[in-house]
Design a protein around this ligand. Structure first.
Ligand SMILES: Cc1cc2nc3c(=O)[nH]c(=O)nc-3n(C[C@H](O)[C@H](O)[C@H](O)COP(=O)(O)OP(=O)(O)OC[C@H]3O[C@@H](n4cnc5c(N)ncnc54)[C@H](O)[C@@H]3O)c2cc1C
Length: 460
């Protein structure tokens, strides 16, 4: 078996977590090898964040052209040219991929193409070559889950992976799962003209978000003609030549051309030598401490294989953290609560910190104050004709502990919200800062003004 000299950092998996660790370690003067079996950029760039957001933008363009008359603009909407949409989407991914490959070179990272297996706590083997690292970072990411007995056939039963490369707009879709990925695809397909029904076992759509946000999403989806059934479980699917019949545990059935299974993503940790080399797993996820150390000395884990939020920017933060930790910089651990989350359906949902319910559960009902600023009072939101709110949750007489936004384009506002949360700002401190008029960011300013006891554009 061929052998190579030991690297300071040996990384298995070149997605958001793995390549961020590689770049930061290299910036810090460490020698780095990055092993990737598919394409650097991983799920996010090739099969996740970027292609879905391109589809969502195309969906917004479709809606705007269909609904332009409300702005006094006459257009005629002729339909969706799916090959055209796909080439727009693929073009973006290709450009970013090229840029990322350039960064791998510029950072002098040794890129190893191939499938790696951990063969010792300090070594990974790829096609007969053994690579050693004084430190090893596991970053093998996640894959789509399905339910027992529900097989993804790529034709009528799809995961997000197949859904991203469809060459047509299905006439009707059942989306199994009302979480982030489910509602994003539901939103896209509805804008593209499909009949859509979401089935969610929990009592509400986007169940990880503040209840008030779910209500706005549900109200808006209803207006958009997106059907949904919450609090009901999937029972089975029957395939026909031209589609599927989905049955639910309450006895209902729904016919559709396509079933999208969006029931979450599980870790990629099987048959990779992790457990054999002493790495403790819990339900497939790699168990780490807050410094992302696994049960084996000098072996770390980052990104989706670590239990918690499955987000690309968490992967980046994990990767940077581990590289800095290895370099002895003593970085501050990544706290999932401080990570902003965005769901990019129409309307968008964005949040950071605790929901009102979580805050009350932790601190007690009387220790929490929440204020919901309705976007009806926000000029820019009116111009955009969007509805929703900016909700700020604070500890009574204390700092802001949660911010929740719903409405068109609010994903961009969460960047400010996460500064407020992570800096543990008091509402009166934020109230002092000036927001440009007319922007949607004023809604955040207004909510803090109101919490600081000096509301400006708030109706009693
Ligand atoms: C449809 C969809 C939409 C999403 N949208 C968003 C979004 O808008 N915003 C957001 O923040 N997150 C989003 N995500 C989540 C995001 O993609 C993940 O959180 C992120 O990619 C996790 O990064 P990672 O590095 O942990 O894993 P991954 O990106 O999955 O990377 C792991 C890499 O490891 C490689 N690998 C695995 N095993 C081996 C092996 N044995 N040898 C060599 N290489 C291996 C894989 O090929 C892969 O490239 C989305 C996900 C999906 C599926």
């Amino acid at each position: 078996m061929a052998d190579t000299a030991a690297f300071d950092v040996l990384i298995l998996g070149g997605g958001s977590g793995g390549y961020a660790a590689a770049f930061r370690a290299s910036e810090l003067g460490l020698s780095v090898a990055l092993i990737e079996k598919d394409k650097v950029g991983g799920t996010c760039l090739h099969y996740g964040c970027i292609p879905t957001k391109a589809l969502l933008h195309a969906a917004e363009v479709a809606d705007q052209s269909r609904e332009s008359e409300q702005f006094g603009v006459k257009t005629s909407f002729e339909g969706i040219d799916m090959p055209g949409v796909n080439s727009y989407k693929d073009g973006i991914v290709a450009r970013l991929y090229k840029g990322l490959q350039g960064l791998v070179k510029a950072n002098k990272v040794t890129f190893v193409e191939g499938e790696g297996t951990l063969v010792a706590p300090n070594a990974v083997e790829v096609a007969g070559t053994r690579y050693e690292g004084r430190n090893v970072v596991l970053a093998t990411g996640s894959r789509n889950r399905t339910l027992p007995g529900l097989e993804i056939d790529g034709t009528h039963v799809l995961s997000s992976y197949e859904a991203l490369t469809l060459d047509r707009v299905p006439s009707s879709v059942v989306v199994l799962g009302g979480g982030v990925i489910g509602v994003e695809f539901a939103s896209v397909w509805r804008s593209f003209g499909a009949e859509v029904t979401i089935v969610e076992a929990l009592p509400r759509l986007v169940p990880a978000e503040d209840e008030a946000a779910s209500k706005v999403v549900e109200r808006t989806f209803r207006k958009r003609g997106i059907g949904f059934k919450t609090g009901v479980r999937f029972a089975g699917v029957e395939k026909r030549d031209d589609g599927v019949t989905v049955s639910l545990e309450n006895g209902e059935t729904i016919d559709a051309e396509v079933l999208l299974v969006a029931v979450g993503r599980g870790p990629v940790t099987e048959n990779l030598g992790y457990e054999e080399n002493g790495v403790t797993l819990d339900r497939g996820f790699v168990v780490t401490d807050e410094r992302l150390r696994t049960s084996v000395p000098n072996v770390y884990a980052v990104g989706d294989i670590v239990p918690g939020l499955q987000l690309a920017h968490r992967g980046f933060a994990h990767g940077i953290f581990v590289a800095e930790h290895i370099a002895g910089l003593n970085p501050v651990p990544v706290d999932d609560l401080g990570i902003p989350k965005v769901t990019y359906c129409d309307p968008e949902v964005a949040s950071v910190g605790l929901t009102e319910a979580q805050a009350k559960e932790r601190l007690g009902d009387d220790k929490v104050e929440a204020l919901e600023y309705n976007l009806a009072g926000n000029g820019k939101s009116q111009i955009l004709k969007t509805q929703g709110f900016a909700k700020v949750v604070r500890e009574k007489d204390g700092p802001v502990i949660g911010i929740h936004l719903v409405g068109a384009r609010v994903g961009e506002l969460i960047a400010e919200a996460q500064l407020i949360y992570n800096w543990e700002a008091m509402p009166h401190e934020v109230a002092q800062l000036i927001h440009p008029h007319p922007t949607q960011s004023e809604a955040l300013g207004e909510a803090h003004l109101a919490l600081a006891g000096k509301p400006l554009h708030v109706h009693g």
